[in-house]
Write a protein that binds this ligand. Structure first.
Ligand code: SF4
Length: 191
């Protein structure tokens, strides 16, 4: 079977598994599982914290105000949303958009690992402190450590502010923009 078809099949099986998942308490309050979406062979993957209200209602990642800002930032560096893959640490919405509990994140992380193994991105961007903590380092300090490349297991990984944090605090816009320039440079270099 060609690699492309194999990846599609693996992803379909994973979607089915995640859609029926009840491994953590977030299953009880969700409207939809938000698996993630995008280019199955994306070179660039974005990982956020978890679905918000709009995402939970629609079953799609980054579709609310923060998602619109992410789309605009991608457009500004001339990358189409359809080129990349977008997902979250947890696939179900934490009530009132609270930070996922460690047990919830741990229960859900194997799904993210499988997504990464199937999509095989070259670059992984952690959107916000929660993603950076679970992907890069449990003690990650987003304000101090964002915008720095890490090479691990063949992936280039970087963290920047979550778009929702930029909306809450516009002073984060400039450093986030600087991070997106770095992401664009790496994307072109790894093309
Ligand atoms: Fe399963 Fe993840 Fe949803 Fe928890 S957040 S129920 S582990 S899919």
């Amino acid at each position: 079977m060609p690699d492309k078809d194999m990846a599609l099949l693996q992803l379909k099986e994973l979607v089915e598994e995640v859609t029926n998942c009840t491994k953590c308490p977030l299953a009880q309050s969700r409207t939809h599982v938000v698996f993630g979406e995008g280019n199955l062979h994306a070179r660039l993957m974005f990982v956020g914290e978890g679905p918000g209200k709009d995402e939970d209602l629609q079953g799609r990642p980054f579709v609310g105000r923060a998602g619109q800002l992410l789309d605009a930032m991608l457009e500004a560096i001339d990358i189409k949303r359809a080129e990349v893959y977008i997902t979250n640490i947890v696939k179900c919405r934490p009530p009132n958009n609270r930070v996922p509990a460690p047990a919830e994140a741990r229960a859900c992380l194997p799904y993210l690992r499988n997504q990464v193994a199937i999509v095989k991105p070259k670059i992984i961007v952690c959107l916000g402190a929660t993603a950076a903590k679970y992907i890069i380092d449990p003690n990650f300090k987003i304000t101090q450590q964002r915008g720095q490349w890490i090479e691990r297991k063949g992936y280039y990984i970087i963290a920047t502010f979550h778009p929702a944090a930029i909306l809450r605090d516009p002073s984060k816009k400039k450093p986030a923009w600087e991070d997106f320039i770095l992401i664009k440079e790496k994307y072109l270099a790894e093309g």
